[in-house]
Design a protein. Structure first.
Length: 87
């Protein structure tokens, strides 16, 4: 499991989720971008972030803007057995 920003998020008018597969030489990647989404509890606070998964196994979480309450979400990768992860 990859939790780039695990919280109760919503996508309303003007908010988007994008994805793209790219090729950088022999290292392909897949990007998912959450653009200006918001929390259910704070619809006026926009959040913009992305997760980049590289073919070589590297994972990159990037955050452009995170506003509002910052202690209600989880950011973490975890293995399929839920026995090892980071937070």
């Amino acid at each position: 499991m990859l939790a780039a920003f695990w919280d109760d998020l919503q996508v309303c008018a003007g908010q988007r989720i994008f994805y793209k597969q790219g090729d950088a030489a022999s290292n392909r990647y897949f990007v998912t971008e959450w653009r200006n989404v918001s929390r259910l509890s704070q619809p006026a606070s926009a959040i913009a972030f992305e997760a980049v998964l590289y073919e070589n196994g590297q994972i990159l979480f990037q955050y452009l803007s995170v506003t509002g309450t910052l202690n209600s979400n989880t950011v973490s990768p975890e293995n399929s057995a839920s026995s090892a992860g980071l937070e």
